[in-house]
Design a protein around this ligand. Structure first.
Ligand SMILES: [Ca+2]
Ligand SMILES: [Ca+2]
Length: 937
């Protein structure tokens, strides 16, 4: 059975009193409330700059609504028609545009994806094939950022060709307003085949009578240049575009051939022999407009992944004839203000406010509404499905490895209904995919990209955050089957290493060896072991919440398999025969996109167990310090080598919060603030690393609020300090979470915190805070206060309960009044029992005869003191009556900070006794026991 391991510790009066007195003094002496003007953000959409992250974050600047199906945004070119300049279609440093395509993903890696159906307004006459324009020398235009506007729901650029383009969207439609220069032919190219990574088919038809261009493209090929398993199409996007000006002429092209007057064309780029679209191949069509009535042309465009008729129906429903561009734009702005306005931050600087709302904006772009207005959507079986009752939308585009770490929790915090529909959507996808939960889904295709089984962590997190309105029991059944049934794909190396085809690569080894070996089918055995441990922890939590105790137990145990790849202080790759390959903590061998040193921390569900294996809190703190800093003391937060942190990528993003587990919450406050202030900005380079469909931006949003979800499947929040003096979160289902933190912009350090009016020393919040809301009142300072926040967040282990916890304890004479025997069984390493008596012993009364399986002793260094004071020699005894004792453990020469001792079979007793024989490593005479734990068999 999994259980939270956190200090119960109700009784630490002396320490608590000292902290309270210090805080009281600080509060009286430093009136900070008036330091920051509280500027209410009434139109948060105004604070969004959609150019943020467009140089390196791989975001796109174009128009989209929250979770919208359409993302109408520029396609830059650097002179090669077969390569998008950056995965989002746009790179801030590349100021030439070859089209405005209807779909995009924000922050992907590889060579992008989607970018379907580029429209290019061209000032001139089409006389050669656009597909033959291999260097984009003719049908493209430069532009200046001075002539560009990038707002939430609106994008505008005046190209150097003289054409001004404005774009806005509803969920499934777009409105374009194109103003052509006088004296030039007003042409519109529709480059049907030119999805970012090409197409296998495309077709287009022009109907001058209805001023309509419609068609479709069949694409996929996400990361197809890396591996042949991805070199395939798996979706078709249909579009219909209706213009408000008559067509003066029409034409089409395929490959190098232009057909003036043509009204239909077909032909994809193909993916060539190497997964790249082929230069010179492809098709499209064009029209010229009769601009005698004015140089401005309006377009209304509907899309669908199901059918041409659904694209038309979406257009009719959301953007019917007569709807003005400005109406659609206003609705898009309103939609953003509604969703962004669920979090109100006040009192920050303009730059902080812009960074925050731009990050929140980027957090709410994906997954995307995928069903049409009539409820139909394409399943992963390539069949048309219809929403069932209770599901308001089907969502697509699940960047699993990224978004399970916090983005889906943020979405669900704000919109439990959306979170639940995302969970149901993932279940539907799995049901339509032979029960396989693909780790990275693009539209209705599974791409398998990255590692682990992230849906198994994501759905339990959504449920924990209140997104319960999906068929959770069916999801659990399906996920358990996937996690216990070895498939042919699990036994395959196809796609290795970036896109291994199996949902659980080498699941057979997981079931037999209890880790994924170095020579298994996963991208990296050690990293996969961590990912699978996390996924199985998620399943154990969902099972627990659904009342399935045996499944909770089964997966709770599997969640601890990470221990099998912990060796000599690190998570390490391990051979199938149990031996360890040569090891370098800076190497990424065994890991995806990270080193052993970076991945070693990635045990979010049992940080306590990890720290214990490292040697206790003091060791963990020291290692974290060196992880985040260079040897000269400067920060090492990215690009600092494999032994240092990489806060620009997912494996490291939780780590600044880990100090909270070691009793040094002030160092979390310091490190998180440093990352917020130095790696993030409201600029094109202001997102560190690819934004990964909002995963990185969601980290920023959480961290700027001073909160962070960590353990998948759980809804406790870790606490740092907010960046803003005032934060209000209004959940879509009612509760409000409010944070008051006067002086926050310049004072990151928590001196005290009250939760709903009651002081707390916890550096975390219980699940009830997310569920029911509440208020946090921070007292902050510019000076670190290491004594606040020493109550660690929960960790989860499979060991049975510590039966000694909180039981009556006696012992030899204590060193002083605040180092008494009960402090060795109070669950906290913030205090200890100390004795210098000639015969040193600690005795616990369990209250009833109890079968014992193991003991854990937390020594001096586990509590932050020198390891020289760790207990060297000791015995552990049990007794039925407190008189007749049986010695069950004889520990000699111990040096560990935390020592664990299996009890012999049959060990049981009501009384436990720890006899300290040699209390220290040196000749010192004081026994120091921070915790004495006994685990039931
Ligand atoms: Ca990343
Ligand atoms: Ca203690």
């Amino acid at each position: 059975m999994s259980r939270p391991r956190h200090p119960q510790a109700p009784s630490r009066p002396r320490r608590r009193a000292l902290v309270s007195a210090a805080v009281l003094a600080a509060t009286v002496l430093v009136p900070v409330a008036s330091a920051s003007p509280a500027l209410a953000v009434t139109n948060p959409a105004d604070s969004v700059n959609t150019l943020v992250g467009t140089q390196g974050g791989e975001t796109f600047p174009g128009a989209v609504t929250p979770y919208g199906m359409m993302q109408w945004s520029p396609e830059n070119t650097a002179g090669n028609q077969t390569r998008t300049v950056r995965p989002g279609g746009y790179g801030y440093n590349t100021t030439k545009i070859r089209g405005f395509s209807l779909t995009h993903m924000s922050g992907t890696g590889c060579a992008g994806g989607s970018g379907d159906i580029p429209f290019f307004p061209y000032a001139g006459t089409v006389s050669s094939s656009p597909s033959a324009d291999r260097t984009d020398a003719v049908y493209a235009s430069t532009f200046s950022h001075a002539n560009e506007t990038a707002k939430a729901g609106y994008y505008q650029v005046k190209l150097d060709s003289g054409v001004n383009t404005e774009l806005t969207t509803s969920t499934r439609t777009g409105a374009g307003r194109f103003t052509y220069p006088a004296g030039q032919t007003a042409s519109m190219l529709v480059r049907t085949s030119n999805s970012e990574v090409g197409s296998s088919a495309a077709q287009l038809s022009i109907n001058a009578a209805t001023r309509t261009i419609s068609g479709s493209v069949t694409s996929g090929n996400f990361c197809g240049y890396i591996n042949t398993v991805a070199r395939r199409s798996y979706y078709t996007l249909y579009f219909t575009a209706v213009f408000d000006k008559p067509f003066a002429s029409t034409g089409t092209w395929q490959d190098s051939t232009v057909t003036a007057g043509g009204t239909s064309s077909s032909g994809g780029t193909t993916y060539g022999t190497d997964g790249w679209p082929v230069a010179g191949k492809g098709s499209g069509g064009y029209v010229t407009f009769d601009t005698s009535g004015g140089a401005t042309v309006n377009a209304r465009v509907g899309i669908s992944y199901v059918s041409a008729s659904n694209a038309q129906a979406n257009l009719t429903a959301e953007n019917p004839a007569g709807t003005t561009f400005d109406t659609i734009r206003q609705r898009a702005t309103d939609a953003w203000n509604t969703e962004l306005g669920r979090i109100d931050v006040n009192g920050g600087t303009t730059a902080q406010t812009q960074t925050f709302y731009s990050a929140l904006y980027h957090s709410l772009l994906h997954p995307n509404v995928f069903n049409d207005v009539n409820g139909q959507y394409m399943g992963m079986d390539q069949q048309v499905h219809t929403l069932t009752s209770g599901q308001k939308a089907q969502y697509a585009n699940f960047s699993g490895w990224d978004v399970y770490r916090g983005q889906l929790q943020l979405v669900t915090l704000l919109r439990p209904d959306v979170g639940a529909d995302i969970a149901q959507s993932l279940l539907n996808q799995a049901d339509q995919n032979n029960g396989v939960w693909d780790r990275w889904t693009h539209n209705q295709g599974g791409t398998h990209v990255m590692t682990g089984d992230p849906a198994h962590a994501a759905l339990p997190s959504i449920y924990a955050f209140g997104g319960t309105g999906f068929n959770a029991s069916a999801a659990l059944t399906s996920m358990v089957r996937a996690a216990t049934t070895v498939t042919a794909a699990d036994l395959s190396r196809d796609g290795w290493n970036v896109m291994v085809v199996g949902e659980r690569p080498s699941l057979d080894k997981w079931l037999s060896l209890h880790y994924i070996p170095a020579d298994g089918n996963a991208w990296g055995g050690a990293g996969e072991t961590l990912e699978d441990s996390i996924a199985d922890f998620g399943l154990s939590q969902l099972a627990q919440r659904l009342g399935n105790a045996s499944t909770a137990q089964q997966f709770g145990e599997r969640a601890q398999y990470w221990k099998n790849v912990f060796n000599a202080g690190y998570i390490q790759n391990r051979n199938a025969n149990g031996t360890w390959p040569s090891f370098d903590p800076a190497s990424s061998s065994g890991f995806a996109e990270g080193s052993a040193a970076q991945y070693t921390w990635m045990v979010p569900h049992n940080v306590r167990g990890l720290f214990d294996r490292m040697g206790g809190n003091a060791t963990a703190i020291s290692r974290l310090d060196s992880f985040f800093h260079n040897s000269d003391g400067t920060w090492a937060l990215r690009n600092a080598g494999g032994t240092k942190s990489a806060l620009d990528n997912e494996p490291s993003i939780w780590t600044p919060w880990f100090y909270n587990y070691a009793g040094r919450a002030d160092k979390t406050q310091q490190t998180v603030r440093q990352v917020l202030n130095t790696l993030w900005a409201p600029t094109p380079t202001g997102i560190p690393g690819q934004d990964d469909l909002g995963a990185m931006s969601a980290w920023y949003v959480w961290s700027a609020m001073g909160l962070q979800p960590l353990t998948p499947g759980r809804a406790e929040l870790l606490v740092s300090s907010p960046l803003f003096p005032s934060v209000t979160i209004k959940r879509g289902n009612g509760p409000t979470l409010s944070l008051s933190a006067p002086g926050a912009t310049s004072s990151p350090y928590v001196q005290s915190l009250s939760v709903n009016g009651a002081a707390t020393n916890r550096a975390w919040l219980p699940e009830s805070f997310v569920a029911g809301g509440g208020s946090l009142a921070f007292t902050l300072s510019g000076t670190a206060n290491p004594s606040w926040g020493t109550d660690a967040p929960p960790s989860f282990d499979t060991v049975s309960s510590n039966v000694a916890l909180g039981k009556p304890a006696t012992g030899s004479t204590a060193c002083n009044a605040n180092e008494t025997p009960p402090l060795a069984v109070n669950g906290s390493v913030a205090d200890k029992w100390c004795s210098t008596a000639a015969t040193k012993y600690l005795q616990v009364d369990l209250g009833a005869t109890t079968a014992i399986g193991s003991f854990t002793v937390r020594h001096a260094a586990a509590g932050g003191e020198t390891a020289t004071w760790n207990t060297r020699d000791f015995d552990i005894q049990v007794s039925p009556d407190g008189t007749a004792w049986t010695t069950v453990v004889q520990a000699r020469g111990n040096t560990a900070n935390v020592s664990t001792h299996a009890a012999p079979a049959g060990t049981s007793g009501r009384y436990l006794r720890l006899n300290v024989l040699t209390p220290q490593q040196n000749t010192g005479g004081a026994a120091r026991i921070y915790e004495f734990e006994a685990y039931a068999r």
